[in-house]
Design a protein around this ligand. Structure first.
Ligand code: TRP
Length: 462
């Protein structure tokens, strides 16, 4: 029996949806912050190398497994590589569950700042603003936290409920163009600011004396997170791609768009920060600080057209987060549809509700509920939220990514991978041999290095 699988309505729609999954809080919240922490230049260069040498080949590997089998993570790995590999898919589904649960909390904050900046833009920015206090108030307010993340979860559920075509693809078609436009407006405004020269210098002028191995591993770990790799998201999205499309071109476009947006986001934030005297010294502590404490105020004080751009910016963050949360939920939902033969509607509501239980706990772990704020499973990672993030970034994704690349590289017949990647037409620059080398040797060695660093040297990439 062959039931008909829903497909993307066009190649463009697929690329938008997959790019939407990739572009998210990773680009806007994590990347600028880790670039700052690692002193820019050299770190950015290493990151670009990781994206090309490890991210791009694994992106192709995940897409081809999905497209070949037309199944979601568990079934796809089982069929393409072998029965035991179904467990890697199950691990991925669990990782999706965990990541979505805490990601929704930060996504909820973007809603808060969207409402807040709308309010300021219309009614004026307070002269004696205490932005640190505002954020601390939000963090410790359990009711607000759970309402915001719950709202975001409902939005995510509503999109996935309507399926691949009517929900996910349609949302991506609306959100991504809006996101690109807002990003460009912000970029123009940022480049006109005084600090932009210094910002560009900081980002693009490598200084290798600043770089240590921890930074290299952090760049690599982030390459996984930002491209949505290591847990089967791209397997699932690939499974909705029609046979005659070139996966190589698609993978290339997704990777380029994701990288460009991350760099633009960084240019925007650093231009603002370098424009204000004394600001670079203040922005240090946390990633939360840059996005939700330093920036809101600066929009009103230094950014040209900040009154319009501030709400636009937080809308952008919310839209980027939404196209990522739907991809995370889709991994879980497609598991219940394919493996447990559930209806999409039921699978979506059930998964959404179960994940929200964890979101609820994460949201309350910023001070609202001491037991959750002090919850410690990993040394030095206090709080339920930090625990989940640490587990996903340091364990779930690297381990999943390692197993997927080893499976596709060594245990899948290379005639199969060649048929998927080259059979449907591939661009001139692509070489199946080079790809196979990357998937067999470069990517596993790099990912193994992350795991070794975490296990033996106690490094932390969350
Ligand atoms: N890539 C997204 C971001 O940068 C987050 C994300 C979506 C993700 N799906 C994923 C991360 C799957 C890891 C795995 O924000």
């Amino acid at each position: 029996m062959k039931d008909r699988r829903e497909n993307w309505s066009s190649n463009f729609g697929f690329i938008l949806a997959a790019t939407g999954s990739a572009i998210g809080l990773g680009n806007l919240w994590k990347f600028p912050f880790i670039t700052w922490k690692n002193d820019g230049g050299a770190f950015v260069l290493i990151y670009l190398i990781c994206i090309i040498a490890v991210g791009l080949p694994i992106m192709m590997a995940e897409l081809l497994v999905g497209r070949k089998t037309q199944k979601s993570a568990v079934g796809a790995l089982r069929e393409a590589i072998g029965p035991a590999w179904g467990w890697v898919g199950t691990w991925g589904v669990m990782a999706g569950f965990v990541i979505l649960s805490y990601y929704a909390v930060v996504a909820g904050w973007s809603l808060f700042y969207l409402f807040q900046t709308l309010n300021w833009s219309f009614f004026g920015f307070p002269t004696q603003a205490n932005m640190g206090g505002l954020f601390a108030g939000l963090a410790a307010n359990g009711l607000l936290q759970t309402t915001l993340s719950g709202t975001f979860m409902l939005l995510t559920v509503a999109v996935v409920f309507f399926g691949v075509h009517g929900g996910i693809e349609r949302t991506a078609r609306l959100c991504l163009p809006a996101l690109f436009v807002i990003m460009l407006l912000l970029l123009f405004s940022a480049l006109s600011m005084e600090g932009s020269g210094e910002a560009l210098n900081f980002i693009f002028r490598p200084n290798f004396s600043e770089l240590d191995t921890a930074a290299i591993l952090e760049a690599l770990g982030h390459a996984f997170f930002t491209l949505s790799l290591g847990m089967g998201t791209m397997i699932v999205y690939g499974s909705y791609v029609a046979r005659e499309r070139s996966l190589v071109n698609a993978a290339g476009s997704i990777v380029i768009l994701d990288t460009v947006i991350a760099l633009i986001a960084t240019i925007i934030m650093f231009s603002v920060i370098f424009t204000v005297p004394g600001m670079p010294e203040q922005v240090d502590g946390s990633s939360v600080g840059m996005l939700f404490i330093s920036l809101p105020q600066l929009f009103y004080e230094v950014v040209p057209f900040g009154v319009v751009l501030a709400p636009a910016f937080y809308l952008l963050v919310a839209l980027a987060a939404l196209t990522s949360t739907i991809s995370l939920l889709e991994v879980v939902v497609s598991y219940f549809i394919d493996q447990r033969k559930m209806e999409r509607s039921r699978a979506t509501l059930l998964s959404g509700a179960c994940i929200y239980i964890f979101t609820f706990l994460s949201g309350l772990s910023f001070g609202a509920f001491p037991w959750l704020s002090n919850f410690e499973l990993f040394d030095g990672k206090a709080g339920f939220f930090a625990t989940m993030d640490h587990f996903a970034s340091n364990w779930a994704l690297p381990l999943g990514g390692l197993l997927i690349t080893l499976g596709v590289g060594w245990f899948m017949p290379s005639s199969d991978t060649e048929a998927e990647l080259v059979g449907s037409g591939s661009p001139g620059w692509f070489s199946h041999k080079a790809w196979l080398f990357a998937v067999r040797f470069i990517a596993p060695a790099a990912v193994a290095a992350i795991l070794i660093a975490v296990i033996f040297f106690g490094k932390d990439f969350s």
